[in-house]
Write a protein that binds this ligand. Structure first.
Ligand code: ADP
Ligand code: MG
Length: 250
């Protein structure tokens, strides 16, 4: 089943064409990787599928429903597609405890007060954390812990899709592996669809069933991961493949 179908999205910022006729699909229980160097349009694409920014043209359907991009995305669709951002320390309000951040998110999603405590404990368990972390402040958490909290927060509304935008790019390799394992385990157990966005092809290929390669706002190739790794159709992909063995900037 297709959970996100983005078709021919175009977005300009002045003279910059951030997205130029970009299409991709995300399927239930599968991971689609979106890879490309910094500035290739990845986060613009992410904002479009989350309904945070309206593209100039193109169409989007989520869970089989056509999204009217001229309007605020309906709450159930916003709830179904959740972001795991790059820097949880930035997106977790430093003045709030984890509990307060999670409660705030649940209120925004219309989750009833009486359900919030058990829902919070559930999502923390899904990322292998105990409820004691509810009392922590973001500055008391390591990067890996903060990222697991960000994943837990994304799970509060029982989403169908997690959109991970450079979600492990700020973490050390060992911690990256832990967070990727958490995501992979969740996906298996919950049939989640993951849109895994990164400049780092090494991480993307590890996670993804299919890959879409973006360069300067255009799709240069897309298809099953194995085929793309074995036989990249575009020289840019071959460059990314070569670069993944050297250390990559965050
Ligand atoms: P990536 O996430 O792949 O690094 P982005 O989607 O953030 O790429 O950016 C793609 C291009 O669009 C870049 O040239 C960036 O400078 C430009 N851009 C993104 N958002 C804006 C904006 N709000 N205003 C102007 N230019 C933007
Ligand atoms: Mg980005």
């Amino acid at each position: 089943m297709t959970v996100i179908d983005a078709s021919r999205l175009t977005q300009r910022f002045g003279a910059t064409v951030a997205l130029d006729d970009v299409s991709f699909v995300a399927r239930e229980g599968m991971t689609v990787g979106i890879v490309g160097e910094s500035g290739s349009g990845k986060s613009t694409l992410v904002r479009a599928v989350l309904g945070l920014q309206r593209p100039d043209s193109g169409s989007l359907s989520i869970l089989g429903r056509t999204v009217d991009m001229g309007r605020r995305m309906p709450r159930d669709l916003r709830r179904a597609v959740q972001l795991v951002p790059q820097d949880p320390k930035h997106t977790l309000n430093p003045a709030r405890t984890v509990r307060s951040s999670l409660w705030f998110h649940m209120a925004a999603q219309g989750i009833r007060r009486s359900e919030r405590q058990s829902r919070a404990a559930d999502v923390l368990a899904m990322v292998a954390l105990t409820p004691e972390y509810l009392h922590a402040y973001p500055n008391e958490l390591s990067g890996g812990l903060a990222q697991r909290i960000a994943i837990a927060r994304a799970l509060l509304g029982d989403p169908k899709v997690l959109v991970c935008d450079e979600a492990v790019s700020a973490l050390d390799k060992g911690v990256q592996a832990q967070v990727l394992n958490v995501l992979a385990g969740l996906q298996r157990r919950r049939k989640l669809s993951i849109v895994f966005v990164s400049h780092d092809l090494a991480v993307v290929e590890h996670m993804s069933d299919e890959i879409t390669v973006l360069r300067a706002g255009r799709v240069v190739e897309s298809g099953p991961t194995e085929g793309i790794l074995r036989d990249p159709a575009d020289p840019y992909t071959a460059e990314l493949l070569a670069a993944r063995h050297s250390t990559s900037p965050a």
